[in-house]
Ligand binder design. Structure first.
Ligand code: MN
Length: 729
């Protein structure tokens, strides 16, 4: 207990020195709560658990953080590990401290698994986003730093896990926040556990050169200090070895051996003002030869993480290059503690002065924006902060530990569709952190989301379109409806397309001709007409636009078929006008003949066939020859629509076939029946069929199909007749 007491005294005296305005009584009460809550809990090294929050608080004090941060650091593990509730913390220390402790607790609960770099980046963003208050991150860094410092007491597996997490998550976060000192220490501690052999090899090599390097560093240090004194410049000069992991990285990325890494040490000159920085630079360049291209002025152009210094590399007396960094004390503090140095949390002033809090809090962000010169890294950095402050994204886990990045207020449907549209389409429910939630449940940073699916794709609900937040999910749901309602869309699309064709004076049949289809589809840009119609049906393409695309082509294509007809007519000049009551679409006065195979009469549905040299032959639409012929694509283009025109006063030849029981007087009865209805019979021939059946062929002339039907009815009534039908070939 004496140890703990000593540690507390140490903390209090540090606070007193660095920030006299802090209420020490409050700090002591926080310690007391933490100590009693953690009770007899011990750390792996055998010390009381409370030494850990005390150490974290000490790091927070070193960062120069405010009172609430120190208290929160002391309490950072009580919610997770003890029976203390949020209400108790709130009652004793207020909402601000409670919010920070809650934030740290949430971060602690995030499960980490080793993933590829992209996932790491998302995880870092997630932590930043979850933190909301940057103090949460700083306490988490302090917590991790102390845990890494005491990692030797942990089992090997845990050492590796925590070290790789630190290397991949926390050291980069410290870097982003400009906290070099913490970043270096985290890196070296992690490196120690991750690659012990490499770590030892570098420390051994450094130890071998210790004497030389020490002599070199003190030599340069003395020379530079002397020069400063001579010129009455106030400044502190010191040399330091580069940290072990940075030497390792240099060897690794530049494929060098230890011997080939020259700049093992670096020097810092810290002065009181900016003018002195440039003065010192002049002296350094006067004393040692500068390496061209290595001077960098991060004072006039700070790094995105607010780092400021002058950097130069010079050649020492023994030909060994070394780096010199020149900065003011203020810049130095920023370089060491980064964002923490700028985090001036203000407790409300006594006169309730206007909340300068937020403005000050974001002032450095503005500065950051104003000093954007190094675009690449800067954008990343600012992006992270943006997430923190404007919270337009949410980061959640899959059950496998992958981080999924969604827009703020996203729900499980957005999550499901971001995994795969098949997952969304099969979704029947969702679990968040193991509990079933409704579809519109708003996801929080760090949630573990699991989608419950059914075996079959029953499809999304239309209502989902109203609640999804991501355009990705919305598009995928729309896609599903497009596809599922295809039949309906095709039907609607087709009628819209055909109506537009007619409106523009185009024949609907024109596009159904075989040789035209391929070209028309190519022009339309769809693999089939159904696809075109479907697109029109769901509104992806207007009928007007579709017809417009192919109009020229159809007009062009209509011409040859017309001229073909004209050619036919030229070959056989037609004497007779009026072409027997048949109208051929778009053609006047062409040679018409009625096919013998089906002998159509007015009232029959008819089609025309352009014969080679014999004009247009007219068939019934149900003629067997026609039905056979249209399966031949080569001939398809020769069929064209025809219709009945004026047939007044004309007779049309056709024929009937009667099947009857053979008997004497049958032919006479047939002849009498036809005479009775005044049908003009041209021939009547009977032929004996198998057994007692007779088949009678009648060639006759009628005005139209009605008159023909009267004849059929009359003949059907004759005794012994079993069938009366029109011949069709
Ligand atoms: Mn802790």
């Amino acid at each position: 207990m004496a140890l703990v007491r000593e540690q507390l005294e140490d903390l209090l005296s540090h606070i007193e020195q660095s920030n006299p305005s802090v209420d020490l009584g409050r700090i002591e009460r926080a310690f007391a709560l933490s100590a009693s809550a953690h009770g007899s809990q011990l750390r792996k090294d055998g010390t009381p658990f409370v030494t850990h929050p005390l150490a974290a608080a000490q790091i927070i004090v070193e960062m120069g953080m405010d009172e609430d941060s120190i208290i929160a650091a002391l309490l950072h593990d009580v919610l997770e590990d003890t029976g203390i509730t949020e209400e108790e913390v709130k009652k004793l220390f207020g909402p601000s401290v409670t919010a920070i402790v809650e934030g740290v607790t949430k971060l602690t609960r995030v499960q980490y698994t080793n993933k590829e770099e992209e996932q790491m980046e998302n995880l870092r963003k997630m932590l930043m986003a979850m933190a909301k208050d940057i103090r949460v991150i700083l306490i988490k860094l302090a917590d991790r730093l102390h845990n890494m410092r005491t990692m030797e007491y942990q089992a090997g597996k845990k050492q590796l896990e925590k070290s790789s997490e630190t290397m991949q998550i926390y050291a980069p976060i410290a870097h982003r926040l400009g906290m070099q000192k913490i970043k270096w220490e985290l890196e070296d501690l992690s490196f120690y556990y991750l690659d012990r052999a490499a770590y030892d090899s570098i420390t051994e090599d450094l130890a071998k050169r210790q004497e030389t390097l020490d002599r070199f560093m003190s030599d340069v240090q003395q020379k530079m200090s002397g020069r400063l004194r001579e010129n009455e410049l106030q400044g502190t000069v010191y040399g330091r070895l580069k940290h072990i992991y940075s030497i390792y990285r240099k060897m690794y990325t530049q494929k060098r051996t230890f011997e080939e890494v020259f700049d093992l040490c670096a020097f810092r000159v810290i002065v009181s003002d900016i003018a002195d920085c440039y003065n010192v630079l002049g002296h350094v360049h006067d004393m040692y030869r500068p390496v061209p291209g290595r001077f960098k002025d991060y004072i006039s152009t700070p790094k995105p993480n607010m780092y400021q210094s002058l950097h130069t590399t010079v050649i020492g007396e023994e030909g060994i290059p070394f780096e010199v960094q020149i900065r003011t004390w203020e810049m130095h503090h920023t370089a060491e503690y980064g964002i923490a140095a700028h985090w001036k949390y203000k407790t409300p002033g006594p006169e309730g002065e206007k909340s300068a809090g937020d403005e000050e809090r974001f002032a450095w962000v503005r500065r950051l924006l104003e000093s954007q010169q190094e675009a690449g890294d800067a954008q990343d950095f600012f992006h992270d902060l943006r997430i923190d402050m404007f919270a337009d994204e949410v980061f959640v886990f899959t059950p496998h530990g992958d981080v999924i990045n969604l827009p703020a207020k996203a729900n499980p449907i957005d999550f499901a569709y971001s995994i795969h549209s098949a997952v969304g389409n099969r979704m029947t429910g969702a679990k968040v952190n193991g509990r079933i939630v409704p579809f519109d449940h708003t996801l929080q940073n760090g949630d573990i989301v699991e989608v419950i699916t059914s075996g079959t794709s029953h499809g999304p609900s239309r209502d989902w379109l109203k609640i999804v937040q991501s355009s990705e999910a919305r598009n995928k749901i729309r896609q599903w409806f497009k596809k599922e309602r295809r039949e309906e869309n095709v039907t609607h699309g087709r009628s819209a397309f055909e109506a537009e064709m007619r409106r523009q004076g185009l024949s609907v049949d024109a596009i159904s001709r075989g040789e035209v289809q391929e070209q028309v589809l190519k022009r339309l840009g769809f693999p089939s007409f159904d696809d075109t119609y479907a697109a029109i049906g769901y509104g992806g393409l207007s009928a007007q636009k579709a017809v417009g695309k192919v109009r020229d082509m159809l007009v062009q294509l209509a011409k040859p078929s017309k001229s073909l007809v004209e050619k036919i007519n030229e070959q056989k000049p037609v004497a007779t006008k009026a072409v027997k009551g048949i109208v051929v679409e778009g053609v006047d006065n062409c040679l018409i003949k009625f096919s013998r195979c089906c002998s159509p009469v007015p009232g029959d549905e008819v089609v025309g066939f352009i014969t080679r040299g014999h004009g247009v032959s007219v068939h019934r639409a149900d003629c067997a020859n026609y039905l056979n012929a249209i399966t031949n694509p080569a001939e398809l283009g020769r069929w064209l629509p025809v219709s009945w025109g004026d047939t007044e006063g004309q007779n049309y030849s056709t024929s009937l076939v009667i099947t009857a029981k053979d008997r004497s007087g049958l032919l006479l009865d047939i002849a009498q029946a036809l005479t009775a209805i005044k049908v003009r019979v041209r021939s009547l021939t009977a032929r004996e069929a198998v057994g007692e059946r007779a088949v009678v062929f009648i060639a006759l002339e009628v005005a139209d199909s009605k008159e023909l039907q009267v004849a059929v009815n009359k003949l059907s009534g004759i005794s012994g007749v079993s069938d009366v039908s029109r011949s069709s070939s």
